[in-house]
Write a protein that binds this ligand. Structure first.
Ligand code: SF4
Length: 702
């Protein structure tokens, strides 16, 4: 019987695991990928003792100068001697991460492997030769990263030794690539000048690049965020088989994501039936004390239920309170492999996890030729091209959005019994299609669809208005395809939202803007919150050069002195970083409440912002008292400043405690008289009195 659970081994493995980040290295073929990989293996101590010396000696004997790329070739030939190395998947360790470096030999293979799930990348290094600059292949690879939804991208400008470590040349390339990536909403995590050959900037900042104040390649790798552990995603077990065994029916499958325990309520999609887990079976039958009570992602399990219900291969088991979607129409980004182009009306076999059914291509919205990067509204998708399509299914099957669950959000298309393509599920059912379409990276590049988004926001507002904030967050995640970013400033509302997201394991990106002027209490709460929920909160910092210019021009506290300085400060420390935080997102979650200020009263539950992002305020209709009571009841960590009457949490110099009877936002930019106190907008309106000098407006005692 194919039922085997080994909880002890799996738990031990998980307990010892370090965060794993799969990082693809892309860029023009001659720009130094192999040299960088060789140098990284050396700098991180991942080369066997004596290996480097022996390769250098062999090079010397052959009269060839040593190249770091020889190292890869040499290690490749030694795989049989116990060194785990594959030229396309290289594993090594940084101080706090395990890195799998995926070398992408060609864009078509890379794209196919990523879309079909053969390989997966959480982050990317894009390499550029300092002498040659940005080439077509650099642009192509940058675009593909965007197409695949890889948001963590560091640009490495290599061969700086060939341009005399010229800072000016570095900034020229930096400006070109930053502007190119920004064209489709991608912001580089870092831009790093290096000489992989000499080691400058790889693991150390050397005197040659003393002018570079940013991270090294190793720093960046060590800080890339790993993908969320599969066990922390919602439960999904595609049923592989149902066995009759003595008087028991055992439902067998592999836990793709999430975890299960005896007694859990589960649902079967697309049937919609529910039951409780009576036992988790193991074979051979263990003694009583070792019978498993729980299991997690990666394990194959056999389950018995507390009641007799019909279950079949292809059904998907989920937690009863968070079932997988039952869909009969879906939208996908597909990579087409078949030599016969895919056309509208084509009948294909669609497989999602263990489910399969016939489907008809109802729409081909556009097609991208990854080789030439030309997008078109073509009627067919040719071999090795990417397209976004809608498929109607002959009967409902269980599926998730790829952004929500990468394991059950992929599909395989078959034509005449042969695998013909693979894809990512971007949206399901007609309503989600609207937001999925708006959220789709390619679609958003090619057209602006504000009206559709506004209509979608209004529909979502209606849908969510009667629900609790927890339900709003879960339904919003279900309805919106693509990345959703929640921005927190660690205020009361933000802490409640983060709690609700974490409790329900809702897949969103969480980010905060570190303006450099936050309260010490906020930094402490930040660290404590990460520990409580076991997750990293992405920090976005002001751009260093912009900050230096700002302080040089206005002084460190210039914002007290003039409107111009305040505006500049907020732009550099908040507005521009916020834009970066939201880059690549389809939607944004914020902690606004309508009663915070007159200005916020007219805000909807879901709106469309200037960036064409759907914006959800799940606590919009709650009062501060209600939020506070909820936080206390659920033991949520609260910023200690609230106890001192700081009602909203912002930058330390610009925030003060509020006296009884004062409006809630009075504590922000407290020396101003303006009532419209929103970041970047908190300027004194024309005609109103200029703000008093800070000494003239001491904060009232709380
Ligand atoms: Fe600058 Fe104050 Fe705005 Fe913070 S709140 S960014 S310190 S002006």
């Amino acid at each position: 019987m194919n039922v085997l659970v080994s909880p002890n081994t799996v738990s031990a493995r998980i307990a010892n695991a370090r965060p794993l980040v799969r990082t693809v290295i892309v860029g023009h073929v001659d720009h130094g990928k192999s040299t960088l990989i060789g140098r990284l293996l050396h700098e991180t101590g991942n080369i066997p003792d004596g290996k480097l010396d022996s390769i250098k000696a062999v090079s010397g004997r052959r009269g060839m100068p040593f190249e770091w790329s020889f190292l890869l070739d040499a290690l490749q030939t030694e795989r049989d001697q116990g060194i785990t190395l594959d030229t396309s998947q290289i594993r090594f360790r940084t101080p706090s991460r395990d890195i799998v470096l995926i070398d992408a030999p060609g864009h078509a293979e890379f794209l196919r492997n990523m879309i079909t799930g053969a390989s997966q990348a959480d982050a990317a290094l894009l390499i550029i030769d300092a002498a040659e600059g940005v080439r077509d292949q650099t642009r192509r690879h940058g675009y593909l990263l965007h197409l695949l939804g890889i948001h963590q991208v560091a640009v490495v400008i290599n061969k700086m030794d060939r341009v005399g470590f010229d800072e000016q040349r570095f900034h020229e390339i930096e400006a070109e690539i930053v502007s190119y990536l920004a064209g489709f909403g991608l912001t580089a995590t870092a831009i790093i000048p290096i000489s992989a050959r000499n080691g400058d900037g790889v693991a150390q900042r050397t005197p040659s690049i003393a002018w570079h104040t940013g991270p090294t390649v190793l720093d960046v790798l060590d800080h890339f965020s790993p993908a969320k552990p599969l066990a922390d995603l919602p439960l999904r077990i595609p049923v592989q088989a149902v066995y009759k065994f003595d008087d028991r029916r055992i439902i067998a499958g592999r836990i793709e994501t999430g975890r299960v325990a005896v007694g859990d309520g589960i649902a079967f999609s697309p049937r919609g039936t529910t039951a409780r887990i009576q036992s988790i079976e193991e074979w051979p039958v263990p003694d009583e004390s070792r019978i498993p009570r729980r299991a997690r992602a990666g394990q194959s399990v056999g389950l018995t239920l507390d009641r007799q219900i019909f279950v079949d291969r292809g059904d998907v088991i989920s937690a009863a309170h968070m079932p997988s979607k039952s869909v009969d129409r879906l939208r996908a980004r597909v990579f087409w492999l078949h030599d016969q182009p895919l056309a509208k009306g084509a009948s294909v076999n669609v497989r999602v996890a263990m489910s399969e059914c016939r489907g008809t291509v109802a729409l081909i919205e556009y097609v991208v030729d990854p080789g030439r990067l030309s997008a078109s509204g073509a009627a067919t998708i040719a071999q090795n091209h990417v397209g976004e399509i809608e498929i109607t299914l002959a009967h409902p099957i269980a599926a998730d959005l790829y952004a929500v669950n990468p394991r059950t959000g992929r599909l395989v298309l078959e034509l005449a019994g042969r695998i013909a393509g693979g894809g990512l599920v971007l949206a399901v059912d007609a309503q989600a299609h609207q937001s999925g379409r708006a959220a789709s990276g390619v679609a958003r590049d090619l057209r602006s669809d504000k009206e559709t988004l506004t209509a979608q926001a209004s529909r979502l507002s209606d849908l969510l208005k009667e629900l609790s904030p927890a339900q709003r967050l879960a339904r919003f995640r279900d309805a919106v395809g693509g990345k959703i970013t929640f921005t927190t400033s660690f205020g009361l509302e933000d802490q409640v939202i983060l709690h609700l997201l974490s409790e329900q394991a809702i897949d969103v990106d969480v980010a905060t803007l570190d303006t450099g002027r936050l309260f010490p209490e906020t930094y402490e709460l930040w660290a404590e919150t990460e520990r409580r929920y076991g997750r990293r909160i992405r920090a976005i910092y002001p751009r260093h050069d912009a900050l230096e210019t700002l302080v040089d021009k206005f002084g460190i506290n210039g914002f007290y002195e003039s409107r111009e300085a305040r505006s500049a400060c907020c732009l550099v420390r908040k507005v521009e970083p916020l834009n970066r935080a939201l880059n690549g997102a389809a939607a944004w979650i914020v902690g606004l409440r309508a009663d915070q200020s007159g200005h916020r009263q007219g805000t909807g539950l879901v709106t469309v912002d200037d960036r064409n992002l759907l914006k959800l305020s799940p606590l919009l209709d709650w009062t501060r008292g209600a939020v506070h009571a909820f936080a206390l009841a659920h033991h949520i960590l609260i910023n200690p400043l609230h106890a001192k009457n700081f009602l909203s949490i912002g930058c330390a110099p610009c925030t003060r405690a509020v006296a009884p009877g004062e409006p809630e936002r009075a504590g922000r930019w407290w020396w101003e008289q303006d009532e419209k106190k929103e970041c970047g907008l908190h300027l004194v309106r024309p005609g109103s009195a200029a703000h008093p000098h800070r000494e003239a407006a001491a904060p009232p005692q709380a």
